[in-house]
Design a protein. Sequence first.
Length: 330
Amino acid sequence: MTALPATALMRSAAMLRTALGERIATALEDADVAEVMLNPDGRLWIDRLSGGRHEIGTLSASEGERVVRLVAAHVGRAINAASPLLSAELPQTGERFEGVLPPASPAPAFSIRKRAIQHLTLDDYVDDRVITPEQRNVLRKAVHERRNILIAGSTSSGKTTLANALLAEVAGTGDRVLVLEDTVELQCTARDQVCLRAISGVVTMKDLVRSTLRLRPDRIVVGEVRGAEALDLVKAWGTGHPGGIATIHAGSCHGALLRLEQLILEVALAAPRPLIAEAVNLVVFLTGRGCERRVQEMVWVTGYDHQGYRLTAIGVPLADTPTNRQEAPA
């Protein structure tokens, strides 16, 4: 397929923006809006960084379906009753689009999640009371001492934004950085960088991690660990490629390590817990959304024994309880 010229791509993106309708287009242009969502009941919502979710009106089922089909057409994907899910990026602007049509939902639904546009530094995080000065100093030192950092949290908790702040610190080290993503969200300003992207049905994140090892990386950064690549990443981090950053969906620092185990067990008979404990040096757990985002917990991973992962809290001591010392089931 012949690639469209840049001017044609820009024209196509502008046409799609107009076709989405004034309310959605206006919301996407608003720097304070992080996400636009349509529910099957027709209610249209936005999620503001400063004030959380607000309802902004309704769309009929036909209007919602039209939006989903417009996006599918612009990215060259088919969506129908036999294939009712659409994961895509809006052309040029890069918002992440997830659409659902019947029969997978009672009526059309979608979410348009904007890319992070704020270039926050660790000092900004202190000013905004997301992290404490002590936590900032630990994070900064961890980057410069080439510790592997795993950032955990729920959807929209700010994992990618914090990863970008850490990447700003990495840029000052002069290291060669390999950035792997399936959706382009990370913003790396290092002079020596290679950004690779997984493509559904073509190249997996697991493929990229393995290829990365042959591209002479100093640091390996993964936008989000969500599949079989977890095993290869842990191996790479633990065998000569320190200083990496990755994000993962989890409900606590300890939960992030258990989530790594779960992903590894998709491709292995047993989780290499001692290797995980060696490869992951620092875990950061974010909670809240928008202006309520906070680093709730930070721990050093100091090893693994018969009681489980040995975690040392930064700031508030962690109790030596089964929650933090429990050995996960095989």
